[in-house]
Design a protein around this ligand. Structure first.
Ligand code: GLN
Length: 241
């Protein structure tokens, strides 16, 4: 059994060690006897076969280059793949550019890939810091740093913000789940702190490819203790505000 992961725009969008998420997927899949091949794809390269499509976050300029390349030649592929249940993990800038549009500070709308039912707009000030999100899988912990505000026009939120800002700082939503694609503002790397989310992505990809998937549990004691510690610390800070 084998999974292919494509890291799209690895050289443009990879802030805060976002590619650590791919290493986590590989490690947790391989511990279950599933081989994982990672392919790095950038402007002009072909995507080919993939079971998990990954995009990280980045600066505005690099985000624009990535978005231009998608609009030029990749929209049909990524849209078709996602609509067909292809698994995706799109972080921060990568999450924003998968949406319908990004309205900049002057109100000008920059077209996105229209893969996810979201839109984003420039906001005043940055949302920077740790974040806690309650999701149906587990309580997620991550780190966010973005000035864009994102609004869901469909799909469902990845979870509810318990600490931090999430999609827009207003409606308590964070991220999106649309079919088998996950968009999120959480860097981190997100998946090292949130093993259930990592396994969920592996499971979705395996079921799509092989029709079924049973992942035996792994020893996550230290990951979960570290997360628990972080949650306690942040909620205590919140209570003292
Ligand atoms: N440029 C985007 C913003 O600030 C995304 C930033 C990021 O990917 N960290 O909203």
């Amino acid at each position: 059994m084998e999974l292919e992961i494509v890291h799209l725009y690895h050289d443009l969008l990879n802030t805060y060690g976002d590619d650590g998420n791919i290493k986590l997927i590989k490690m947790r899949a391989e511990k279950r006897g599933i081989n994982v091949n990672i392919k790095k794809v950038s402007v002009g390269d072909s995507i080919g076969n993939t079971d998990i499509l990954f995009l990280g976050g980045g600066q505005e300029y690099e985000q624009t280059l990535a978005c231009e390349d998608i609009l030029k030649s990749r929209v049909d592929f990524i849209k078709g793949y996602t609509e067909d249940g292809g698994v995706g993990l799109f972080i921060c800038g990568g999450y924003q550019l998968m949406g319908e549009f990004y309205a900049d500070a002057s109100g000008k709308k920059v077209k996105g890939a229209s893969v996810l039912p979201i839109h984003s707009e420039a906001g005043e000030g940055r949302f920077t810091g740790n974040i806690i999100v309650r999701s149906s899988l587990e309580t997620l912990v991550g780190f966010e740093n973005h000035s864009g505000r994102t609004f869901l026009d469909g799909g469902e939120a990845l979870g509810e913000v318990l600490f931090g800002n999430g999609n827009n700082g207003k409606d308590k939503t964070e991220g999106i789940i649309y079919k088998n694609a996950v968009g999120t503002y959480m860097h981190g790397p997100l998946l090292s702190k949130n093993p259930a989310l990592c396994d969920d992505l592996i499971r979705r990809a395996m079921i799509r490819k092989y029709g079924s998937c049973i992942l035996e549990p792994l020893e996550d004691e230290y990951e979960l203790l570290a997360k628990q510690d972080m949650i306690k610390k942040l909620l205590k800070e919140d209570a003292l505000k």
